[in-house]
Design a binder for this molecule. Structure first.
Ligand code: CCH
Length: 288
């Protein structure tokens, strides 16, 4: 039974809230990282753990935390995520009953909520897997490509066009690092706060190709300090995508609602929640 596999201890909501609080506290303490927060890279860890899912074979997804192992941890797309895994490690040591797979997703949930995002309902139940479950390279999106690539990647996980656009709003957060992806710079002026600014900037700024030796990316005409990837621009070049960019730029509460729904779906791809242990999703109290 679940209680046997976790020893004599069956964690309850209060126990997960304690883990959440520990993540939140560590986020607040370690404010000398990047733009002042580990939040964005924790969101990226949870996304890359989940975004390997393939609905045809049922392989990949957040169940397994196989990015711990070098074949997957060394995939180009995962460059830099060691910073996020190392951030989470002391929390795993303090709460050894939680699996890495559940913990990394809880890290994403806590980061989004602590960065003033919407409530993200959470369900535990993921089991760690061994190295043999590592996914092949190439399942995560390639930023140099166009809308047909985005659809190939996200339809494989089971998402539709609206969901692709809603998920992409996560690029309100964080930045690109030349020593990780090769790209450079943040998407918005507030990279540690969840907002709908990504959509507004996509529509309202003029975007020019950046003149540099790095990979092809765009910069805003006004300040030349913000960036967009070719895959970001695809969201306004494609009519079916753009109608959702328009909606989310106009209505932040609609974005928050759709983002919460779609990120829960992402985080639960391929997770075999047992019918019998099925519990109501947990909603954690933010610390702020
Ligand atoms: Fe992303 N993302 N992402 N992304 N991403 C990068 C950074 C972040 C793509 C490429 C990149 C999503 C979708 C896509 C975050 C969340 C999400 C970087 C820079 C690239 C490149 C990495 C670096 O250099 O450190 C592409 C292509 C897609 C296609 O759709 C989705 C979906 C999500 C979450 C729901 C976050 C957060 C970051 C910032 C990480 C940081 O360290 O600041």
């Amino acid at each position: 039974s679940a209680s046997e596999t976790k020893g004599l201890f069956t964690p309850k909501f209060e126990d997960y809230q304690k883990v959440y609080n520990e993540i939140a506290q560590r986020l607040e303490e370690k404010d000398d990282y990047d733009d002042g927060s580990y939040g964005p890279v924790l969101v990226r860890l949870a996304w890359h753990a989940s975004g390997t899912y393939d609905k045809e074979t049922g392989t990949g997804g957040s169940n397994g935390a196989t990015m711990r192992f070098s074949p997957e941890g060394d995939h180009g797309a995962n460059a830099g995520l060691k910073a996020a895994r190392d951030f989470m490690e002391p929390i795993k040591q303090k709460f050894p009953w939680i699996t890495y797979s559940d913990l990394w997703i809880l890290g994403g949930v806590a980061a989004i909520q602590e960065m003033q995002g919407p409530a993200i309902p959470y369900r535990p139940g993921r089991q760690d897997k061994d190295m043999a479950a590592c996914t092949p390279d190439g399942r995560l999106p390639d930023a140099t490509k166009n809308q047909s690539h985005l659809r190939d990647i996200f339809y494989r996980m089971g998402f539709n066009d609206q969901e692709i656009v809603a998920l992409s709003g996560a690029h309100a957060l964080g930045r690109c690092h030349t020593d990780r992806s090769g790209f450079s710079g943040p998407w918005t002026f507030s990279p540690t706060v969840v907002t709908n600014e990504y959509y507004k900037l996509l529509l309202n700024e003029k975007w020019n190709w950046k003149k540099w030796n790095g990979p092809k990316q765009l910069e805003d005409k006004t300040t030349k300090t913000l960036m967009m990837l070719p895959t970001d621009m695809a969201l306004i070049q494609d009519k079916a995508f753009k109608q959702w960019v328009d909606k989310y730029a106009k209505d932040e509460s609609l974005f928050f609602k759709d983002f919460s729904n779609v990120i829960v779906k992402l985080f639960e791809l391929g997770v075999p929640f047992e019918e019998t242990t099925q519990q109501a999703p947990m909603i954690f109290k933010p610390t702020a």
